[in-house]
Design a protein around this ligand. Structure first.
Ligand code: SF4
Length: 279
């Protein structure tokens, strides 16, 4: 069958760097245990491969021991966590994405300039939890019904979760502007990597009869890609890899599209595309 792939798909540069750093640390042959704090990415195959090479997952920073090496994944963590790891004698390898680091630095600067810092984002997302640790008293809002968390007046310094949609960011800023604050300093901290994958996926969905979106079931950006393709009106399957493929999925179809979330490595995409072409 004919298989087309999205022009932008798979690993973003932040995730790629985290995986590269993990591989470098593992190759360096350190003496203590090598951990990532939480799973490096939402991709079972990649996590399993790294585990085979010796990368363990540390669930809680307080479990690190002297001489261990702990990799901080691209989402970043609050600075207190890094401090805690260092105090326990662990070596920290920081793979926080540069765009997340920028957001962390900006909230510090906004707070130092006297703004009430506001993060538009999901307070349960690890990236947002990390950013919230960079200045005291940051307010996190993600929905209009949470705007009562804001003060009644003052100067607000606003940033956004990197992976949010520009539409959501803009809509929330619009609502905040209507609340009558004397000053709003809005800094665009969005990452366009997610957006580019979404646009490429929707574009491809318009050219094929069936779409396959590859990525971990827990990966929010993969689920979003699948949802957008489905909303574009094409039959869409969200799979982790070829093992979940069923020939019935392409019965009667001649053209298929393939894309993948930001935590899906290229080898999984290539393997899937090769096999699908022969299906
Ligand atoms: S999605 Fe963007 S912000 Fe997140 S890790 Fe990738 S490049 Fe960095």
């Amino acid at each position: 069958m004919e298989v087309k792939t999205a022009r932008k798909r798979g690993f973003c540069f932040g995730v790629e760097r985290a995986i590269d750093l993990a591989a470098q640390v593992l190759r360096a042959g350190r003496t203590g245990t090598i951990y990532s704090l939480g799973e490096v990415i939402h991709n079972r195959q990649v996590v399993d491969r790294l585990a085979e090479q010796g990368l363990k997952v540390l669930e809680r920073p307080e479990d690190a021991q002297v001489g261990d090496t702990v990799l901080i994944r691209s989402h970043g963590v609050p600075p207190q966590v890094i401090e805690q790891l260092r105090l326990r004698g662990a070596e920290v390898v920081d793979a926080t994405c540069v765009l997340v680091k920028r957001a962390q630095k900006l909230v510090q600067e906004l707070a130092a300039e006297g703004y009430q810092v506001v993060v538009i984002g999901d307070e349960n997302h690890p990236e947002v939890q990390g950013v919230l640790g960079y200045a005291p008293g940051i307010i996190c809002v993600d929905r209009p019904d949470q705007l009562d968390r804001l003060p009644k007046k003052g100067r607000l310094g606003i940033v956004c979760q990197t992976t949010h949609s520009p539409e959501l960011f803009g809509a929330m800023v619009g609502r905040i502007a209507a609340m009558g604050f004397a000053e709003l300093k809005v800094i665009n901290t969005l990452c366009l990597e997610t957006r580019r994958r979404q646009e490429a996926a929707v574009e491809l969905a318009g050219q094929v009869e069936v779409m396959f979106v590859l990525g971990g079931m827990q990966s929010a950006n993969t689920r979003q890609l699948a949802q957008l393709c489905s909303e574009a009106g094409v039959t869409t399957y969200h799979l982790e890899g070829w093992e979940q493929f069923d020939p019935a999925m392409v019965a009667g179809k001649t053209v298929a599209g393939v894309t993948a979330g930001a935590s899906t490595p290229e080898w999984i995409i290539e393997q899937f595309v090769d096999r699908l072409r022969k299906a």
